[in-house]
Design a protein around this ligand. Structure first.
Ligand code: PLP
Length: 388
């Protein structure tokens, strides 16, 4: 199998699995227990917290709270802020956020919040003047993703944070789910108040995430109960997963082969754009403004679902747009927001790489793709002839 769907989820790193294994077998205590086994568990959780804080460049490990996933972190950050500040009901976000933010903001708009949606251009980028104009003294929260899950387009978080600070008293929430582990992050000196992390996007297991909460920012607890996570998120800690997240952060921090992923992605992208006259890149062409692992390419006039299915037959895993809407026939909301024409958007395929991909896999994918596009084109022409 060739796995090129790493923005959907990633393989658990062998080192992560090895770190977790003792906590699934021998070390099964509860971190809140006072005995030696409990204390060992507590120390594993706190060690992992340090590892997450280190990767994010947080000032202090106490700014990290463990959650179950990126969606929970996003929902807690935004929902919790509003619960704490019921009078600050003006929010700003973008049209291209993941559903965990977009869906929640839609819901908040239905129940009486005022949401300003920032548009993106055809490259998937924001106009920061739109943000400047949208910011008001009564804006409560601004939520902007660091990297787009479908196109890999990076938003200029430092500049956005500066604008938020200069023009409002708003809290700045960042969905960091696709960026953490893929690009360097340093929150200490930044204007980011809240940042969502998801373990399974960078080689930790599913079922664990984190929320960075800058010291001094108050959120009400997400789960009320036994008072774990300093009373901020109750429930007995998922120690094996937390240990896995910590180790994945440590690996990402030590990882030096980002250039290798970038080189493979560039090769895949260059070859596809050169070989197929109907191939169009979705997202800004300047690769410095995209994640190093992502290429979203449309095959104009073809159906992305057909291409995906044929690649799948050849054991190559990719996505059409976001994995989260694989069931839906609708064109991706992100591509719609970028005003990608329907005939182009419909044929979009997202390739997302990881440190485990090899040059041989990329070459094999390119060879397979030549056959697949030929076949899909022939069958698309056949169905046009039948209907005309
Ligand atoms: N935010 C972004 C940008 C994502 O890509 C995803 C998942 O695809 C999420 C949030 C949700 O993360 P999780 O799957 O951990 O809930």
């Amino acid at each position: 199998m060739i796995y090129l769907d790493n923005n959907a989820t990633t393989q658990v790193a062998p080192e992560v699995f090895a770190a977790m294994e003792p906590y699934l077998k021998d070390f099964y205590g509860n971190p809140s227990s006072a005995h030696a086994l409990g204390r060992r568990m507590r120390s594993a959780v706190e060690g992992a917290r340090e590892q997450v804080a280190e990767l994010l460049g947080a000032s202090d490990a106490s700014e990290i709270v463990f959650t179950s996933c990126g969606s929970e972190s996003d929902n807690w950050a935004i929902g919790g802020f509003l619960e704490q500040n019921p009078n600050k009901r003006h929010l700003i976000t973008t049209r291209v956020e993941h559903e965990a933010v977009r869906g929640l903001c839609d819901h908040l708009a239905e129940i009486g919040c005022e949401v300003t949606w920032l548009e993106v251009d055809q490259n998937g980028e924001l106009d920061l003047d739109d943000l400047r104009r949208a910011l008001r003294r009564d804006t409560g929260l601004v939520s902007v993703m660091m990297a787009n899950n479908e196109t890999g387009v990076l938003f200029p978080i430092e500049e956005i944070g500066r604008l938020v600070r200069e023009n409002s008293d708003a809290v700045f929430h960042v969905d960091g789910v696709q960026a953490v582990g893929k690009i360097p992050i340093s929150l200490r000196e930044s204007a980011v108040d809240l940042l969502a992390v998801s373990g399974h996007k960078f080689h930790a297991p599913k079922g664990v995430g984190a929320l960075y909460i800058r010291r001094g920012v108050n959120l009400p607890p997400f789960i009320i109960g036994g008072g774990q996570e300093r009373g901020r998120r109750s429930g007995t800690e998922a120690v094996p997963n937390i240990v896995g997240l910590g180790r994945a952060c440590q690996l990402a921090h030590q990882f030096t082969e980002h250039q290798q992923i970038r080189t493979l992605r560039d090769r895949l992208e260059d070859e596809i754009l050169a070989q197929f006259p109907n191939a169009r890149l979705n997202g800004v062409a300047d690769r410095a403004r995209r994640l190093p692992n992502t290429s979203n390419i449309s095959f104009e006039g073809l159906d992305g679902g057909d291409i995906l299915a044929m690649l799948d037959d050849k054991a190559i895993c990719v996505s059409t747009g976001s994995a989260c809407n694989a069931e839906s026939q609708e064109v991706s909301a992100v591509l719609r927001a970028m005003r990608v024409p329907y005939q182009v958007a419909r044929g979009s395929i997202r390739f997302s790489l990881s440190r485990y991909n090899t040059r041989a896999e990329i070459d094999q994918t390119l060879a397979m793709l030549t056959k697949v596009i030929e076949q899909v084109t022939i069958s698309a022409q056949g169905s046009v002839m039948k209907t005309s």
